[in-house]
Design a protein around this ligand. Structure first.
Ligand code: 3HC
Length: 693
């Protein structure tokens, strides 16, 4: 065995040179891997004993891509593109033997080999677009030549991976290896040699792209198909342009075009934000005082109290991850309704072909419905998901304390309430914490894990692991009204409310927020949620916009009018002069002078209010680090990932600029705009939020 670099070896076995890569955790293509491959090819080509070459990886996966941590650093030769040219030009047959994930530069490496095989669980993808980039080592030029334009466009500009069975079907791999991968790869190469098969150089194969040369229709229709999801992002368009180049230009020119389009993205803010978000998402699980080896509880059976919208969604998360769920309701009809909704959701998934009827049955069979809390005696974790009422929650937790096993975790799904107060009614506050799911709970990725004063480290660590198992991004926050996300959201709600009272039409506020990159503005959102959420008809006294709207029966989309009008069966908001007049009359009564408000002021008041509150949340230790807040906003509130989250965005525009505006607004609008001490401190030290990550 020859040690090529610290991350690669070359072994010659039965006339085959096996380049083996070992660069944990994901065999990213950092310098020692790139050099290892280049040297391994070089030595194998020169060695007469070697008739064919295999690239294989050790550990959990084939290469997961370029080493993202190297981006932005001075380049170190050989670059991946140079290595892949060496691979492409090899006069001896080359093969990539794939397990785990061949992603990004990893798949580009495999595409530069003459042959590819993979095990059935392997996944293949070019997810660079999710980092605000495009495949920059020939992927946009080679993949269309292998799988055709339409499939390549989807894989490159949307970035979702495909499994091994599909990879075989579309020609991305030559063979599935059922047993040992290395053995299978060697056998495959022996066949190639025995049959004297020609080298399948992807760069020279134009069969699948020739027919579409000069045909712009296929690209235009793809652009249309992704327009909604790609809104605001730069990378998807560059991805499409690169694939267009693959079709219309000779290979070498296409590569050059790809490089230019890649560099354009790499130097922009969007990719910086998206790469930041990639690492920030992985950082959330790291809590400074909770070491990796913190003992964890074994959670198999989960109890959920409440089969309403939240409880049902939460149950689906657990069932999807294979947990047994006991679902508790107070009345049979509520239970039946809740179970019916879950079944219907699965049936819809099945009708789209994403799940079989048997799978629907097997998931439903994991749920046991009951009307008795006593049935929670043997569960390992309970999530209470009843409506927001402190007295009711306390009553439930007292009961749970007497029914559940001594080491069962007791979690409350609350958006605002004091988790410490709930924990205090039990004899085991160290086993109590909050799990704030976002609606719809089976869809939204965010989970705020609320750490109570007495929550034990083991309970917190276990809940984070469970969060990962149920495919959530679990972010730890401390106890305060609204935790991190809703506490910040309330600031934006306050400002958008003032803005319309001061004279900005709701459409203008909504448009500014939508154009900023959120999926919808605050008033469209309010109509969607329902104006009556949080409205009490008994105490309503026409004293807020919400009250006058609700009193007039304008409950939002569901009643056909709210801040906007809606046609029956259509969710499109239609501007409604009547609603504007109601707001304007109300504002006049309250003594507001109507004025024109610029888009810039709307943006700053809605966004800087978030930033200022985020800073206070950090000061108080409610969030662990600024990037955790950003992950909350990206995954729970639709903050555009290409702007990195409110704290990243603050650094992007300059924290000193933000501070100046906060001070100006404090002068104009009062105390609520007082800049957080943390912002003053950071600006004073010439630092940004990034220095706290
Ligand atoms: N570069 C550097 N580090 C990486 C990395 C990469 N490409 N991919 C993953 N890592 C790190 C993670 O940050 C994490 O580090 P940590 O343990 O210190 O937090 C560790 O590897 C494990 O990653 P995950 O926690 O994500 O592990 P999973 O098993 O859940 O997922 C994975 C593995 C599916 C490979 C996932 O990590 C992933 O999707 N990685 C990114 C893949 C990607 O985007 N590749 C394209 C890179 S850009 C590129 O190739 C450009 C080229 O075209 C020129």
């Amino acid at each position: 065995m020859i040690q090529l670099t610290e991350a690669a070896t070359l072994t010659i076995q039965e006339g085959i040179g096996i380049i083996s890569i070992n660069n944990p955790p994901v065999n990213a293509l950092g310098f020692p891997v790139r050099k290892g491959i280049a040297d391994g090819i070089d030595q194998s080509v020169k060695d007469d004993q070697v008739k064919a070459i295999i690239i294989i990886c050790e550990g959990r996966t084939f290469c997961a891509g370029a080493d993202i941590k190297e981006f932005g650093q001075p380049p170190k030769d050989p670059g991946l593109g140079d290595v892949l040219e060496v691979l492409d030009a090899s006069p001896k047959p080359t093969l990539a033997a794939i397990h785990g994930t061949a992603f990004g530069g990893g798949l580009e490496t495999a595409l530069s080999c003459h042959f590819r095989v993979g095990i059935p669980s392997a996944k293949f993808g070019l997810p660079e677009v999710k980092l605000g980039l495009l495949p920059g080592a020939g992927g946009t030029q080679r993949l269309p030549r292998v799988v055709g334009i339409e499939k390549a466009l989807k894989m490159i500009a949307i970035g979702n991976p495909i499994g091994a069975a599909e990879a075989l079907k579309v020609g991305l791999i030559d063979e599935l290896v059922e047993g040992d991968l290395k053995e299978g790869a060697i056998n495959f190469m022996k066949k190639v040699l025995a049959e004297n098969r020609p080298l399948k150089k992807v760069s020279e194969n134009n069969e699948k792209i020739e027919a579409d040369r000069g045909n712009s229709e296929v690209f235009d229709s793809f652009r249309k198909s992704i327009a909604r999801k790609a809104r605001g992002f730069d990378a998807p368009e560059n991805c499409i342009k690169a694939v267009e180049a693959a079709v219309n230009l000779p290979f070498a020119e296409g590569l050059e075009r790809e490089r230019n389009l890649f560099m354009e993205l790499m130097q922009g803010n969007q990719s910086a934000a998206q790469r930041y978000a990639f690492f920030a998402e992985r950082q959330v699980a790291k809590i400074p005082d909770i070491p990796k080896d913190t003992p964890q509880l074994d959670i198999k059976k989960v109890g959920i109290i409440g089969a309403g919208t939240m409880g049902g969604g939460i149950a689906m998360n657990f069932v999807n991850a294979g947990f047994q769920v006991t679902l508790v309701e107070t009345k049979q009809e509520f239970l039946d309704r809740g179970l019916g909704v879950i079944k219907k959701n699965y049936d819809i998934t099945a009708s789209k072909g994403k799940m079989s009827a048997e799978e629907v049955e097997s998931r439903m069979s994991l749920i046991t419905g009951t009307l008795s809390m006593e049935d929670l005696a043997d569960v390992d974790m309970v999530i209470e998901a009843v409506y927001e009422n402190m007295d009711l929650k306390k009553e439930i937790f007292k009961k749970l304390d007497s029914i559940c096993k001594a080491d069962a975790i007791l979690a409350t799904n609350t958006s605002y309430l004091d988790v410490n107060e709930i924990a205090a009614v039990t004899s085991r506050p160290e086993f109590v914490l909050g799990t704030h799911f976002f609606s719809p709970a089976n869809v939204m990725r965010l989970l705020e894990v609320v750490r109570g004063e007495k929550t034990s480290k083991s309970v917190l660590a276990t809940t984070l692991t469970i969060g990962k198992k149920i495919k959530k991004v679990a972010v730890v926050v401390g106890v305060c009204h609204g935790f991190a996300g809703n506490r910040m959201f309330a600031q934006r709600a306050r400002e958008s409310n003032f803005l319309v009272l001061e004279g900005a039409p709701v459409e203008q506020v909504d448009k500014v927020i939508y154009d900023f990159g959120f999926p919808m503005g605050p008033y469209v959102l309010r109509d969607l949620i329902g104006m009556d959420v949080g409205w009490n008809p008994k105490t309503s006294s026409s004293s807020t916009i919400q009250e006058i709207m609700c009193e007039a029966g304008r409950l939002g989309q569901k009643s056909g009018s709210g801040f906007y009008k809606y046609e029956v069966g259509n969710r499109t908001p239609i501007p409604d002069p009547e609603a504007l007049q109601m707001i304007s009359d109300f504002a006049a009564k309250q003594g507001y002078d109507k004025r024109e408000i610029s888009d810039d002021e709307i943006k700053k008041r809605c966004i800087y209010s978030l930033i200022n509150e985020g800073a206070k949340i950090l000061e108080e230790g409610i969030a662990v680090r600024p990037s955790d807040i950003d992950i909350i906003w990206i995954n729970g509130y639709g903050w555009p990932v290409y702007l990195g989250g409110p704290m990243f965005y603050a650094d992007l525009i300059g924290l000193d600029q933000v501070l100046e505006t906060l001070k100006e607004y404090e002068g104009r609008f009062g105390e609520v705009w007082k800049p957080a001490a943390l912002i003053e401190k950071l600006v004073g030290e010439g630092k940004g939020f990034k220095d706290l990550n």
